[in-house]
Design a protein around this ligand. Structure first.
Ligand SMILES: [Zn+2]
Length: 95
């Protein structure tokens, strides 16, 4: 169960978010104190590591894409999703 984030200053759980590019901040609605940065779900656009680091997913070879999906069991959900999304896109594309 997730407990509501609360202010460490006044213990209020009345919060609001404010974009502070590239971050999104969570602030206390009562005293205005910054509480934490919220992870934003920007989709990944390129390989974050490996020999194809920095290569956009749509530029990876089919073989490498499939290899990653099958072999990189420890990658983050975000990366896995990005790889699978690219793979689905290719399958949907007419040959
Ligand atoms: Zn507060």
């Amino acid at each position: 169960m997730n407990s509501l984030p609360s202010c460490s200053h006044c213990f209020s759980s009345n919060t609001y978010t404010e974009p502070k590019p590239p971050h999104l901040g969570l602030y206390c609605g009562d005293c205005g104190k910054w509480i934490k940065w919220i992870a934003q779900n920007h989709p990944l656009e390129a390989m974050p590591f490996g020999k194809h680091k920095g290569t956009p997913f749509n530029k990876l070879s089919d073989e490498y894409l499939i290899w990653c999906i099958q072999n990189l069991s420890h990658v983050s959900d975000k990366l896995r999703l990005a790889l699978k999304t690219e793979h689905e896109k290719r399958k949907a594309r007419p040959q």
